[in-house]
Write a protein that binds this ligand. Structure first.
Ligand SMILES: CCCCCCCCCCCCCCCCCC(=O)SCCNC(=O)CCNC(=O)[C@H](O)C(C)(C)COP(=O)(O)OP(=O)(O)OC[C@H]1O[C@@H](n2cnc3c(N)ncnc32)[C@H](O)[C@@H]1OP(=O)(O)O
Ligand SMILES: NC(=O)C1=CN([C@@H]2O[C@H](COP(=O)(O)OP(=O)(O)OC[C@H]3O[C@@H](n4cnc5c(N)ncnc54)[C@H](OP(=O)(O)O)[C@@H]3O)[C@@H](O)[C@H]2O)C=CC1
Length: 544
């Protein structure tokens, strides 16, 4: 890989590598990223998802001469694919593109596709159209659920990728195929290089075996199959990388491996986020005062990466792959830990600070989350700070004739944090040399427009914008309501003080009623207080 890199660096804008490994001199300086995408037809899968949307927006905004974006979209939840794409384009994420070019939607061509179906359920006419015009593919679609049944995860993350690769081979003008993987595809290793590791099993054999098994049988063998990986997601993403690698002789391929993708850092505006995945749901649950404890290692690196950084790198990788056609295919570990590390303990601190400054509306309790790596301590706080308040709250809901709901919310939260704990309790080392190499290949202008230099990332500022982003864009809360949210937190504090005082008095009353010793202590403390009071009164009378 390192030989490959140095060879690539030598091109430095002077030549291109052809598919048969020959270097063809182009004799001039290399086109910038926007110049490269000008006039190109780009195919995007997963465009309605978190990262796909940001990719579409950035491509339209920073490469305004791109010819067309073909989006593979399925109808969902009673909405046609056309309706879904129209809804996507009116969302706030596209405000800046809309300002620059109100007609940007004309460049977007939705193609009906259900990736889990044979042939991706693309009509023959559309296949013909795509085969004739597509220049670059960005494959973002995947199931990212950690509890996905193996068969479905395999269908979408592996088989659909295989089918897309077959389609790509029919495309006459394809210059680059960019596959979005995850930095955790090989999370069973501590140190992860920018190489494709041997798959845990030959994907073809697994696909054939699972074909005849019913869901129950697959469920029974899933744990054995995934082995030391935590879920079917990371397992199938590892298989998908291998499947992509198999085609590297026929296509110009790159694999992007982002770590934990968070809200945007700078673009299109700081803090943009639209989902509860990964840390976002945790931050929100902490801000609402629901999450009080979670298992995480304070000193482990929290490898968050802003979504705009990932997308800038992905677009740059598309440009580089098309121009240089590196063989073997390059893998880009898109991570922050080795360059600008930040730890879960620091994240906790800054998230709490941020919620103090910009509280969420209608919090259940005052935000106060603590992370611990100790299982027993965590279980204790779950009982005291999650289950006990939930029981009391549900009891009052029942008394007032309403349906109890808090315990149900906590059960869902516990399921979610149970699935995330694996990632917050360990740390990994990723080699990210290719990210640095790619940066060195950009023109100074592209380095600004497609910035993925995470050395400049100021974590406290980023975390604050991230929390504000979840408030504004996920929960649709208004920033002007912050004074009311603060007032609500003060009310909660007073309720808590009153509750604690009543609890102490109650417990003490029970003790006094039952124990002579408790009564003696009580009389002793009360008489001591009286003595102090009369001493202070006497001394203040003398000084007056
Ligand atoms: C404060 C300090 C803290 C510091 C420590 C922080 C530690 C953080 C650790 C984060 C580690 C993240 C690691 C990720 C690593 C892999 C990265 C990737 O490659 S891949 C990327 C990572 N991949 C992932 O992150 C996927 C992980 N997620 C999953 O696998 C599943 O969501 C699930 C199994 C957790 C829940 O399944 P299920 O119970 O079936 O629930 P559904 O999903 O069906 O959602 C139902 C509805 O609830 C909504 N909602 C959801 N959450 C929340 C919330 N917290 N609240 C409120 N609402 C929430 C949801 O929007 C939906 O609404 P609607 O659409 O119905 O209106
Ligand atoms: N988010 C993260 O933290 C990370 C994500 N990644 C990778 O980045 C990529 C994008 O992730 P992200 O944007 O967060 O994921 P999302 O869940 O937000 O988006 C997934 C996309 O895939 C599409 N999709 C899912 N199933 C099908 C199907 N059967 N047919 C057609 N389209 C389908 C979804 O479409 P629909 O709207 O119709 O459901 C959606 O557009 C994935 O490959 C993921 O592995 C890697 C590291 C971290």
């Amino acid at each position: 890989m390192s030989t490959m890199l140095s060879e690539d660096r030598d091109f430095n804008g002077l030549g291109e590598q052809t598919t048969d490994g020959q270097t063809r001199l182009t004799g001039g300086s290399m086109a910038s990223i926007p110049e490269y995408y000008a006039g190109k037809n780009v195919l995007v899968t997963g465009a309605t998802g978190f990262m796909g949307k940001v990719l579409v927006e950035k491509l339209l905004r920073s490469c305004p001469e791109v010819k067309a974006l073909y989006l593979l979209v399925r109808p969902k939840a009673g909405q046609s694919m056309q309706q879904r794409v129209s809804d996507m384009m009116v969302c706030r994420l596209f405000d800046r593109v809309r300002e620059d070019n109100p007609d940007f939607h004309q460049k977007i061509i939705p193609i009906s596709s259900e990736l889990t179906q044979p042939g991706l359920a693309i009509s023959p006419e559309d296949v013909e159209k795509l085969s004739a015009c597509i220049n670059v593919i960005f494959h973002c679609a995947a199931t990212i659920r950690f509890d996905e049944p193996l068969k479905h995860a395999l269908q979408l993350n592996v088989i659909a990728t295989q089918q897309l690769l077959s389609l790509a081979q029919q495309m006459n003008h394809l210059e680059a195929f960019i596959h979005v993987s995850t930095a955790y595809a090989n999370c069973n290793r501590k140190h992860i290089d920018e190489v494709i590791y041997s798959p845990p099993v030959e994907p073809k054999k697994l696909i054939e075996s699972l074909e005849w098994m019913d869901d129950g049988m697959v469920r029974d063998i899933t744990a054995r199959l995934i082995g030391d990986r935590p879920n079917t997601y990371t397992y199938t993403k590892a298989l998908a990388e291998y499947v992509v690698q198999q085609e590297q002789d026929k296509l110009n391929i790159a694999i992007i491996r982002p770590s934990i993708v968070g809200a945007s850092w700078q673009e299109p505006f700081p803090g943009w986020i639209d989902n509860f995945n990964g840390p976002s749901g945790i931050f929100i649950a902490a801000g609402k005062g629901i999450l009080r404890t979670m298992r995480a290692n304070n000193d482990a690196v929290a490898d968050l990466i802003p979504v705009d950084v990932v997308i800038n790198l992905t677009l740059a990788a598309g440009w580089y792959t098309a121009k240089h056609r590196p063989k073997p295919a390059l893998v880009y570990n898109c991570t922050t830990g080795g360059i600008n590390p930040f730890h879960w303990g620091e994240i906790e601190h800054h998230v709490m600070l941020s919620w103090k400054r910009n509280p969420l509306e209608q919090a259940f309790r005052r935000p106060n989350t603590n992370i611990t790596s100790n299982y027993l301590i965590n279980q204790y706080w779950i009982l005291v700070s999650h289950k006990f308040p939930a029981l009391i709250y549900d009891f009052f809901l029942r008394l007032s004739g309403q349906k109890p709901q808090m315990m149900r919310i906590f059960n869902r939260l516990h399921k979610a944090i149970g699935l995330l704990e694996y990632f917050s309790s360990r740390d990994w080392e990723w080699n990210s040399e290719n990210m640095s190499m790619l940066m060195s290949q950009l023109t100074p202008e592209d380095r600004k427009t497609f910035n993925f230099d995470v050395r400049q990332l100021n974590w406290p500022e980023y975390i604050e914008n991230y929390c504000i982003g979840t408030k504004k864009y996920v929960l649709n809360e208004d920033m002007s309501d912050i004074p009311a949210a603060r007032q609500h937190l003060r009310k909660l504090r007073n309720i808590r003080y009153t509750f604690n005082t009543l609890l102490v008095v109650f417990i003490w009353r029970v003790f006094i009623a039952r124990s002579q010793m408790a009564r003696n202590i009580w009389y002793f403390v009360v008489s001591l207080c009286f003595k102090f009071l009369s001493y202070f009164r006497a001394s203040s009378t003398i000084t007056n």
